[in-house]
Design a protein. Structure first.
Length: 149
């Protein structure tokens, strides 16, 4: 799938949608290893059966949820990515407030909280070669539960 009206150079130019998948994050890494993914590709799924969270935790999603991960091919110093997860969380909080008038909070550094309950999170993973970051995968999960928003 491709979105034609994007103004980005490559992020989101290619989207792979699956109704159900083990993990969007794992799928991105599998395709990166096989060299079958275009830079900026988003892998999105409604249901994840073995989603990845931080510290090896599992992050499952059911129907009416969203999980996506995207891959960026980089060549930068690790220091350039410091604070990125928190910046993504801050941007998501701003979008929910501006577009939907929903006030979220951030549980440092990567959880999105609504009325005291976790409803989403961000997972960033890198692969390095020497001192350089070569691959970056960012996963964003939103787990809708009746009554949470």
């Amino acid at each position: 799938m491709q979105l034609e009206n994007l103004t980005t150079k490559f992020l989101g130019r290619n989207i792979i949608y699956k109704q159900e998948i083990d993990s969007t994050q794992l799928e991105v890494w599998r395709q990166v290893e096989k060299n079958t993914l275009a830079n900026g590709t988003i892998v999105m799924a409604e249901i994840q059966t073995k989603g990845k969270g931080t510290h090896g935790r599992k992050w499952y999603t059911d129907k009416n949820n969203i999980a996506f991960s995207f891959w960026l091919k980089l060549d930068c110093e690790m220091e350039q990515l410091e604070g990125m997860t928190l910046e993504i969380a801050t941007t998501l909080v701003e979008v929910f407030q501006k577009c939907y008038q929903i006030s979220l909070e951030i549980k440092f550094p990567n959880d999105l909280i609504y009325q005291g309950k976790k409803l989403g999170g961000i997972l960033t993973e890198t692969k390095t070669k020497g001192e350089k970051v070569k691959d970056l995968v960012i996963g964003i999960r939103y787990k809708y539960q009746s009554g949470n928003i």
